[in-house]
Design a protein around this ligand. Sequence first.
Ligand SMILES: Cc1ncc(COP(=O)(O)O)c(C=O)c1O
Length: 383
Amino acid sequence: MNLFDVYPINDVTIVKAKGSYVWDDKGEQYLDLYGGHAVISIGHTHPHWVKRIEEQLEKIAFYSNSIKIPLQQELAMKLGKISGKEDYQLFLCNSGAEANENALKMASFHNGRKKIVAFSKSFHGRTSLAVAATDNKNYIAPVNETDNVIFLPLNDEKALEECFTKNGKQISSVIIEGIQGVGGINVAEVSFLKKIRTLCDEYGAVYIADSVQCGYGRTGKFFSHDFAGVNADIYTMAKGMGNGFPVAGLIIAPHIKPKHFQLGTTFGGNHLACVAALAVLEVLEEEKLMGNATLVGKYLRDELEAVPELKNVRGRGLMIGFDVPEELKDLKKNLLWNQKIFTGEAKPNVIRLLPSLALKKRDAEQFIESIKEEIALLQETAS
Ligand SMILES: Cc1ncc(COP(=O)(O)O)c(C=O)c1O
């Protein structure tokens, strides 16, 4: 049997990983500034995370949600404390798309409405509602097409106001990434997030903060939406939550009440997933990784801004993007093959940095040296 070929892949087989480094099957070492798509939050195979999972594996790995699983409550308490949303309610699931799907459904159950406001260049996942709220026609199958999603330009307060004036009483939810990831590292402005809060309050709509990629401490705050100083009604999370163990969730504000069977899951919140997520929060706190994300992120941004060839350096903490001019289009590829550094990309010409939040300053320095070297080499070959 062949694999269903859905992605172009790099010709490399990773067999080992530690901290911010990975090794291929030939023993070659790579610096990982991509984190398997923003998933590695506390560093590859962190010893505390490995120990927590191993110990749990010896006891019980899974039982369904038909019994008490105290680890879920433990996780909810810890998450509430670290995120500062102690009065929210946690629902656990398995992936970012699933978290958003459940958030959009929950909003609609709550206010009985159908319309969703989403933004240009958004990515919310590939399940039916999540993909319908994703601004990329290539991902939307005919069966996912719906008139219920209204797309507006990101950070356009006037367009948002007009949309609410026209459709206000039909709008169930507004879903927005604090920083768009797949869309190319586009930061939602503070005043725009505040405006969403105000309009959702005025019209009874639910503000959903998609924190799947930009959340879990990556920007230096637990949720990047927190930079706006207002609360969302629902936050969705996934990627960094398990440091590679598949676990996701949504936290729901206290005014949205649960009703039996509206949401549900077989695998969500299993014992192993809970300890993986707990281990991540424990390390995040113990090693002060959000502070590290702020510091090392600032260093990277300052240094990248000083490289004249790289344009529009943007982002927060360790979620950074910059534009690469056409004549340097091989830069990402050359960083991988010549310098052995993994980075991420966004079409058409953006390099995305999504490393572990434990990235060391000396690794960031190595990256800056390497990128300068590769830019010079590309310029030399062009001239
Ligand atoms: C902002 C955002 N939301 C949702 C998703 C979907 O997450 P998953 O691939 O875990 O379903 C992603 C994945 O890249 C994402 O970046």
